[in-house]
Design a protein around this ligand. Structure first.
Ligand SMILES: Nc1ncnc2c1ncn2[C@@H]1O[C@H](COP(=O)(O)OP(=O)(O)OP(=O)(O)O)[C@@H](O)[C@H]1O
Ligand SMILES: [Mg+2]
Length: 853
């Protein structure tokens, strides 16, 4: 590529700062000169205003007639354009040519051109009665399908519509609102892109991420479709003006901006027509979803302001199409209600099932390089083999991220210090603890911003930029950082892996680890420099990276076909988020793996965020469902996932996941243990039904302590069982926890008001069902599949003399005094030691009043 002069360099840099890929920016500057605005327009529209003919010629495009009308115009039926199209085709013009040409129109001066331009071909009366199309069985519908298919072939290189796309489009044709629920990677975007191409009217797409809009615009421009994005991420004010004059076929806009633009959009509907409002990632509307954005709730203004009863020039309401891949039934209802969609809204539901995704769950402490070495060995071996064939590694971690990495490593060692399983046996923890946790014990600095639900949408600017797949570059030799040619071709490179981690710190730690062992790995989280993030995106798409270690910032909108493996390293916060991120894999339809590594012996914790009480309860429920997915050992994982979204998978299974392929574990009879646990719980509740019973009766507290804790939790019951029966001394608490969960799922016990950050069953009460079935000495076997934590406990069998002694120790007045003293003291964070002073891990496990296990 020719070298650009210094002012050109500045423009290129500015474009790169705005998020454009450097090669594209350089090409634009070369084509249009040093005007930043022109360059942006060149990239987004695919051509430049002053040099249209030259550029079009260079790009092999035709000169196009104007399709923009001047005066106000009645928005007629969405089908109206077909009449003219039909007429055109009878005259020998193909529909595609007519519409395609009109849509590639570029105007030098919008106002002038608007005055001059002739009426567009699509504002004529319909040749297809609506009823025919609504019925979806007419000759007309097959005609429009043929046209759509031809557009698909020419514009997108796709042979035909999928049935859900056809259904969504028929609903749009019938002027009805529509909720599209379809799996990740199924092709929802086409449902709202096609209406713009069919009618020539504008489609307005509401999207949560500026960078996602940006990416879709770039992709559309590659398909020669003009599009723009509006929002605070858009630095050029003129784009908004032009968009409101109908100069782009598709307008991507964030919810705040669309609310602000209601009036101009009404004018646009009058002058040019708006074919559709599409609300992408519509689960963001719902408080019950995993990614709630308050601004999305304000989108009900669309239905209110773009209906025929309000705007007299409209014959029909402008249809609204809401689309998502991750909405439970509850969320679906909330979307319909919150958006005030019409009563006749059609829900287009396809299976959420992704038959090529192979799900599995593995136990791992997911901390420290020892875990990394064990867990990533296969990955390292796999890519190392590939590397032998493909040459050098890249310097993919920028200087800035290196600096962060160093401190990250330092902190990683402190995780060891507190990351002992013994934490959960802490006596303070085994007694009921009020929901005192506000999350401050986790370093919020290292948490991804995206977990903060109160964040404004525009803060997401660089959080999830997805650059277009560089089709122009694929297959070319791409020089690496050292200037050598890097020859990672498709044949050598089966596809990259994305590792999702809960915190930024871990993204850097793991990336550095993998890079250190020779993989082409990079970290991606919102705090890293924009330049680094863009580089990661670009190299990921160019198949120059083997592994991206990312937070949720690299989730929504990543549409790269050959991602072969998604690893979640640590508990995700919900199954929605998990499925959304897993959905980045196998978008080419080929087999891809989705592995969740989680510490099955520790319950997951809600990451700190600003939540209302209601939201905390919801977040707790979602995390709890995720935990149960991980604990499951007997049901097909794909079935759990799709049924979570309300789909009936009945007797089906995926035959790919670890449960389907390895089979469930052997069932065990837990009758005796279940009876015993139930009886201990019931006994406590009966005794405690009197207001006067206090913890002191159990030797467990005084009035001070009662303030701290109101009721004993599961660990207390376990210690009671151990005290009472030698026989059960050997059983690990993990096993009991698993059993309690099974009993709760069966309805024998129920969880009380524990809505802390740990999603464990802590406070329990017996149920009527339990009383009927467990509260007596019943011999009938009670067979269950042991859950994952129960199996882990069997693998790491320990003796529990320690717990027993601890339980009994309460009888000794001196021991009791010391323990209560210790409990009264606020738990202070231990000052961080210098690395050199840190004690070996083993010693730190010791808890003063507990004998070493
Ligand atoms: N009818 C079709 N036939 C073949 N491929 C298609 C079809 N429709 C869309 N695709 C392709 O499917 C891929 C994924 O499309 P898209 O990004 O729209 O998915 P999505 O449903 O929006 O996924 P997500 O929920 O992850 O955002 C694209 O690369 C697109 O080209
Ligand atoms: Mg999408």
């Amino acid at each position: 590529m020719d070298k650009l002069d210094s002012s050109s360099d500045e423009v290129v840099m500015k474009l790169v700062e705005m998020g454009f890929e450097k090669l594209v920016a350089m090409e634009a500057v070369k084509a249009v000169g040093n005007s930043c605005d022109d360059a942006v327009e060149y990239v987004l529209k695919g051509h430049h205003k002053s040099g249209t003919s030259k550029i079009n010629k260079a790009l092999g495009r035709r000169a196009m007639p104007s399709s923009f009308s001047s005066g106000p115009m009645r928005q007629s039926s969405l089908l109206d354009h077909f009449k003219s199209v039909d007429r055109n085709s009878k005259k020998g013009h193909s529909f595609d040519a007519t519409v395609a040409d009109s849509q590639l129109e570029t105007l030098s001066d919008p106002s002038e051109e608007l005055r001059k331009s002739s009426p567009p071909v699509f504002f004529e009366s319909s040749c297809f009665p609506d009823t025919q199309l609504s019925n979806g069985c007419s000759e007309a519908s097959s005609t429009w399908e043929k046209r759509v298919n031809s557009i698909l072939r020419i514009r997108f290189g796709i042979s035909s519509l999928k049935s859900f796309q056809r259904e969504a489009l028929s609903t749009w044709f019938a002027h009805k609102d529509c909720l599209v629920l379809a799996a990740t990677g199924s092709g929802k975007s086409l449902c709202f892109q096609i209406p713009a191409l069919l009618t020539g009217k504008v489609v307005v797409v509401i999207s949560p991420l500026i960078s996602l809009m940006h990416d879709q615009c770039l992709k559309l421009s590659m398909h020669k479709i003009s599009a723009c994005f509006l929002g605070s991420g858009q630095l050029d004010n003129r784009i908004e003006q032009k968009a409101m004059q109908g100069m782009y076929q598709i307008i991507y806009v964030c919810p705040e901006t669309v609310v602000r633009l209601i009036k101009p959009l009404q004018r646009l509907a009058q002058t040019h027509g708006i074919a559709l409002f599409a609300i992408d990632e519509a689960h963001c509307v719902s408080k019950w979803g995993h990614d709630f954005r308050p601004q999305y709730r304000r989108l009900s203004v669309l239905r209110e302001n773009f209906c025929a009863s309000k705007l007299e020039f409209l014959e029909y309401d402008v249809p609204i199409m809401a689309l998502t891949a991750t909405a439970t039934s509850h969320v679906q209802e909330d979307i319909l209600e919150s958006l005030h969609l019409s009563k006749e809204t059609k829900t287009v539901l396809t299976s959420f099932f992704r038959p090529n995704l192979q799900f599995s769950v593995k136990h791992s402490r997911t901390k420290s390089s020892a875990s990394y070495a064990k867990d990533f060995q296969n990955l390292i071996d796999f890519y190392s083999e590939k590397r032998k064939a493909t040459g050098k590694k890249l310097a993919v971690i920028s200087r800035e991220s290196e600096e962060q990495t160093d401190s990250g490593y330092h902190d990683a060692e402190n995780i060891h210090e507190t990351d002992s399983d013994d934490d959960e046996e802490d006596p303070e923890n085994s007694l009921a603890k009020p929901n005192s946790s506000n999350g401050k014990e986790m370093s919020e600095d290292y948490l991804e911003d995206e977990t903060n639900i109160s964040q404004r949408v525009d803060d997401w600017d660089v959080a999830c930029g997805e650059f277009c797949e560089m089709s122009v570059l694929s297959g070319k030799q791409i020089p690496d950082a050292s200037g050598h040619e890097n020859s990672l071709q498709e044949k050598d490179f089966e596809g990259p892996t994305i590792i999702y981690v809960p915190t930024r710190k871990e993204s850097v730690n793991i990336a550095k680890y993998l890079y250190g062992v020779g993989l082409k790995a990079a970290a991606y989280n919102a705090s890293l420099p924009k330049k680094h993030l863009r580089q990661v995106h670009q190299e990921f798409h160019e198949n120059k990276l083997q592994v991206v270690v990312a937070t949720i910032a690299f989730g929504m909108g990543i549409d790269k076909k050959n991602v072969r493996k998604i690893i979640h390293y640590g508990w995700p916060q919900s199954l929605e988020a998990y499925y959304q991120e897993a959905g980045r894999a196998g978008r080419d339809g080929e087999l891809a793996e989705c592995v969740l590594y989680a510490n099955l012996s520790r319950v997951p914790t809600l990451l700190p965020s600003h939540r209302s009480k209601e939201q905390t309860e919801q977040a707790y429920k979602m995390l709890s469902d995720c935990f149960r997915y991980g604990m499951n050992t007997s049901q097909c994982r794909a079935k759990i996932l799709v049924e979570y979204f309300g789909e009936d998978f009945s007797s089906k299974k995926c035959n790919l996941c670890d449960v389907c392929t390895e089979g469930p574990p052997e069932q065990v009879n837990v009758r005796e243990e279940a009876n015993l646990l139930f009886q201990v719980i019931t006994a406590f509740h009966v005794e405690n039904s009197s207001e006067h019973t206090s913890y002191e009766d159990y030797g467990l507290g005084n009035s001070e302590q009662k303030k701290l804790s109101h009721k004993p939790n599961l660990l207390f019951f376990i210690s009671r069982i151990r005290e009472q029966s030698q026989k059960f001394m050997e059983i690990d608490r993990l096993w009991w926890k698993g059993l309690a969960r099974i009993m709760e799922a069966e309805g024998y016990i129920k969880e009380m008001d524990n809505k802390g950050r740990r999603v464990e069953i802590a406070y329990i009460e017996p149920t009527e069902k339990g009383k009927k079935q467990l509260d007596f000495q019943e011999d009938k076997p009670l067979y269950v599949y042991p859950e994952a934590d129960m199996l882990v406990s069997l693998r790491q069998r320990r003796t529990y003399s320690g717990f027993s002694d601890w339980g009994k120790g309460w009888a000794d007045p001196e021991i009791r005094r010391q323990r209560l003293e210790a409990m009264k003291r606020p738990r202070e964070r231990r000052p961080r030691r210098e690395r050199s002073q840190q004690r070996p891990l083993k010693l730190q496990k010791k808890i003063p009043w507990r004998s070493k296990e």
